[in-house]
Design a protein around this ligand. Structure first.
Ligand code: UD1
Ligand code: CA
Length: 464
């Protein structure tokens, strides 16, 4: 039997009032990715073939962020979750299959749970199947699932409309459902905004179906945590802590040592190889990929970067950069976007690199700024060396060859080129190209005035 086609509608048009934010809720970040992207990922992994996101509040910003990843339906006015789903109807006129409906704010939901829900729905032949969860604590502002003494679902009541007995129920409506699409759209025509919030509640269709004797099923989530909703920033932080724990556990189980999981922050899409050790107070963010047997941290911040094997990054920042194997970075280095570092290179304390290619086995051990430059293999850059890449108007490149020795406190005034194997004497301001294998010295000769200091002291004591 071929698998039934599955379409999803994600409701993400709400005003997110409780977030108290100018940023629309679907775009709030959770472990490096916008909230809504987690729902899209879950749908994709559940085998959903078509996803329609209902947008309304700040619709353009949400569409801009997710263009190409889903279809959009516009809910002009935010009149409730029932109304949100109705807004997707024009895109689903001919659709007679199963319809998953999800809120945009339950980011921990996984594809497996959605797939089970859809399968149960399809095989039971119900018009609607709810995903519910039983919370281990008071259910707060969640809608409560009502069942008759036989356990059959009879409806959902919102917390704001519930009686004290109903509020005592801990089985919640997760706002994730599977429907027979035509039955859903027929039922939505009948709901009315006669409740505490004057909204068209999607939840009302459940009571409507059961009153008509239509079959409604419920699937209880194996893990209540995956159904948690984000309505406030307190809930955002709570969900982030749970997700972070899940990310770190997966990494540990795949062979990464996380010395202190309570003090390590790793984004959802980060990949780390086996036997790499991540020390505390470390942030590994965005699309970072780290190889095997690396030592990262303590106190590292690595964002959107690729790092090879056996590389160490200690107390340093690495952003949009690429490091090879056996590279040593830090402590206190700042690798800014566009930095590419070859195998075996050392970048030590107070070194800043930006938009530069540093080849293999370079030593740049202390107090250096390298910007818009190329540094050849086996070159040594002395402490305090600066590439002067900016003339106040434009940036210029510095090219340093292979096997060079740049003495301490050299000032390389770009554009300038140092040939392979050349030496630059310490403290030299270099304005002209240096040919290969030569020595460039650019500094005043030292003058020594013998006895000068002594005479000065004697003079001032005789005056005093
Ligand atoms: C909703 C459910 C509640 C459930 C909870 C689970 C209703 C009436 N209530 O409550 O039973 O326990 O989710 O998390 O459905 N939205 C729109 N357009 C609107 C209103 C909302 O697109 O006009 C979207 C929101 O952006 C949000 C989702 O629908 O992503 C749910 O809305 P929200 O206001 O968060 O509902 P809850 O109060 O959490
Ligand atoms: Ca919600």
């Amino acid at each position: 039997m071929s698998k039934p086609s599955l379409t999803a509608v994600i409701m993400a048009a709400g005003k997110s009032t409780r977030m108290k934010s100018r940023l629309p809720k679907p775009l709030h970040l959770l472990c490096g990715k916008p909230l809504l992207s987690y729902l899209l990922d879950a749908c994709r992994s559940a085998g959903v073939t078509r996803t329609i996101v209902v947008v309304g509040h700040e619709a353009e910003r949400v569409q801009e962020a997710f263009r190409g990843q889903c279809e959009f339906a516009l809910q002009e006015e935010q009149l409730g979750t029932g109304h949100a789903v109705m807004s997707a109807r024009p895109l689903l006129n001919d659709y007679a299959g199963d319809l998953l409906v999800l809120p945009g704010d339950t980011p921990l939901i996984d594809g497996e749970t959605l797939r089970k829900l859809a399968e149960h729905h399809h095989s039971s032949g119900a018009v609607a199947t709810l995903l519910t969860a039983v919370l281990p604590h008071d259910a707060g502002m969640y809608g409560r699932v009502l069942r008759d003494p036989n356990g059959t679902v009879t409806g959902i009541v919102e917390a704001k409309d519930a009686s004290p007995e109903q509020l005592a129920v801990r089985e919640i409506n997760t706002s994730i459902y599977c429907f027979n699409a035509p039955a859903l759209f027929d039922a939505l025509k009948e709901i009315r905004p006669d409740n505490a919030q004057d909204e068209y509640y999607l939840t009302d269709v459940i009571g409507l179906f059961t009153r008509k004797g239509e079959r409604v099923e419920a699937v209880v989530a194996d893990d209540w945590q995956v159904t948690l909703g984000v309505n406030t920033r307190v809930e955002l932080a709570d969900v982030a802590a749970r997700l972070r724990r899940r990310i770190l556990e997966n990494l540990m189980l795949s062979g990464v040592t996380i010395v202190d999981p309570t003090n390590t922050y790793i984004d959802a899409d980060v990949q780390i190889g086996q036997d790499t050790v991540v020390h505390p107070n470390t942030y590994i963010l965005g699309n970072t990929v780290i190889g095997e047997e690396c030592e990262i941290g303590p106190m590292a911040r690595i964002e959107n970067s690729q790092i090879g094997n056996r590389t160490t990054v200690l107390a340093s920042q690495v952003v949009e950069s690429r490091l090879g194997d056996g590279v040593r970075v830090g402590p206190f280095a700042n690798l800014r976007p566009g930095t590419v570092v070859g195998n075996g290179t050392k970048i030590g304390d107070f070194v800043e690199v930006k938009n530069s290619i540093i080849e293999e086995n370079v030593s740049m051990a202390h107090l250096t700024y390298v910007g818009d430059a190329q540094v050849g293999a086996n070159t040594n850059i002395g402490a305090g060396t600066i590439t002067c890449n900016y003339d106040g108007k434009r940036k210029h490149r510095t090219i340093i060859g292979k096997g060079c020795f740049i003495g301490s406190h050299a000032t390389l005034i770009a554009p300038v080129q140092i040939g392979d194997g050349a030496y630059v004497a310490a403290a030299s301001p270099i304005t002209d190209d240096v040919p290969p294998d030569s020595l460039a010295i650019a500094r005043c000769r030292q003058v020594v005035k013998e006895e000068w200091a002594k005479r000065r002291r004697e003079q001032s004591s005789s005056e005093g």
